[in-house]
Write a protein that binds this ligand. Sequence first.
Ligand code: URA
Length: 236
Amino acid sequence: MERLQKYMADCGVASRRHAEELITKGFVKVNGNVVTELGTKIDEKKDIVEYKGKVIKPENKKVYIMLNKPEGYVTTARDQFNRPTVLDLVKDVKERLVPVGRLDYDTSGLLILTNDGDAVYKLTHPKNEINKVYEAKLFGVPDSNTINLFRNGIMIDGKKTRPAKIELLRVDGRFSWCAITIHEGRNRQVRKMCQAARHPVATLRRVAEGEIYLGELKKGEWRYLTNKEIRYIKEL
Ligand code: URA
């Protein structure tokens, strides 16, 4: 139950104070009856509130967050094996969040979650060709052949990948660290591409999606996107 004036404010009709005025002036009906009593409480799930003859509903506040997903979490709401899910890590957010795309159980890094369906669509639609950048620890050291292979496309699951980029960051004994950029979101794509290029992935972390960067966010932590990041998504 909540006070009528707060409910009206949540619906974006007016500030709480102004809503009180509107109530006392007789502009508001609850379940068809004019209510002028300021203490009136309503049940937002059951009661129907009208302002000047129009039914009003709370605005669905849009939230956008980024999570640094640790390894060992699935990117679905429920897992058949009862493994922990990324939603377990953002429990403090009361809105119903949906992950944008997916990171494998054993991949870490940038995962955007939102309740804005348009944003999910824009970030995942292939026509927008959003750069997805991964930092990978690979077995062996990619050479110019690997670079060309990534550029020209690699057959995985019977279909050639779109042009992608692999850059060597540093060599570390038997391993190398590379930045890999892809524009698609096929199942385990980076792992399969690296496997096909004979440089299997040891660890994989997503560090950027378009102009949204993971930065210094620690594993398992999340933050709200900035206004600039939200604007970037909306303008896609
Ligand atoms: N490519 C992969 O192989 N795994 C991911 O989690 C994301 C991209």
